[in-house]
Design a protein around this ligand. Structure first.
Ligand code: ADP
Ligand code: TYD
Length: 205
């Protein structure tokens, strides 16, 4: 059996990734495909435990270096327990965030740590998605959407709009650098219209 496809959604907080990941999963499931919808940080029991350490508490709870190790540890468990077994059986895996988030978020917070992010990725993750949808969104609008959720998981969202602007630029640059797998999607539209574009791109690739 051939390996399944690995599809990821990336973008700033509140850009509509979870909504679009869910809509794409529903669309593909309706065609009878074997779909695993997952997310980061999290996506396996161990990684969900690490997620709680990362998203709750004060913004200065961890140093940037510790944070990179925690995100990478969570990703390794997610990869071993959820992503790789699903791809091996031929399923399509759709993940709400993956390694691009670490490159952009941790790189935007402390630019000089991008080398560490890349070395750790090569050493213990060493996998890229087949297809990545980067949802582009105005940070002011995305922040309003995100804070409106009041999930108690707003440690990163509390970092403010200037940080979100750097993230947006980081995701756009990443999409430009990886045209072989990334599509930049305008997120400031009706969710169904965005979903139709994404479904079309997924099927016709
Ligand atoms: P993310 O996963 O990127 O943080 P979500 O999909 O959770 O974003 O969306 C954040 C909030 O914005 C949710 O309340 C969601 O219902 C809403 N939302 C998502 N997509 C759109 C859209 N295209 N237009 C308006 N609101 C949206
Ligand atoms: P997520 O639950 O996807 O937040 P949202 O739905 O608001 O987009 O992710 C939680 C936070 O973790 C989010 O602010 C992005 C951040 N994050 C990183 O900083 N690095 C990473 O590698 C990942 C996966 C997430």
């Amino acid at each position: 059996m051939s390996e399944g496809r690995f599809i990821t959604f990336e973008g700033i907080d509140g850009s509509g990734k979870s909504t679009q990941a869910r809509l794409l999963a529903a669309f593909l499931k309706a065609t009878g495909a074997d779909i695993v919808l997952t997310r980061e940080p999290g996506g396996s029991p161990g990684a969900e435990e690490i997620r709680r350490l990362l998203v709750e508490g004060a913004p200065d709870r961890w140093s940037a270096e510790t944070e990179i190790l925690l995100f990478t540890a969570a990703r390794r468990d997610h990869l071993e327990k959820t992503i790789e077994p699903a791809l091996a059986r031929g399923a399509t895996v759709i993940s709400d965030r993956f390694a691009d988030s670490t490159r952009v978020y941790q790189g935007a917070a402390r630019g000089e740590l991008r080398g560490l992010v890349d070395r750790l990725h090569d050493a213990v993750i060493a996998r890229e998605p087949d297809l990545t949808f980067v949802i582009d969104m105005d940070p002011a609008e995305a922040l309003r959407r995100g804070l409106a959720r009041q999930s108690g998981e707003d440690r990163f969202e509390e970092m403010g709009e200037g940080f979100q602007e750097r993230l947006r630029a980081g995701f756009n640059a990443l999409a430009t650098d990886h045209p072989e797998r990334c599509y930049l999607i305008n997120g400031a539209r009706d969710p169904d219209e965005i979903a139709a574009d994404i479904a079309h791109l997924t099927v016709n690739r």
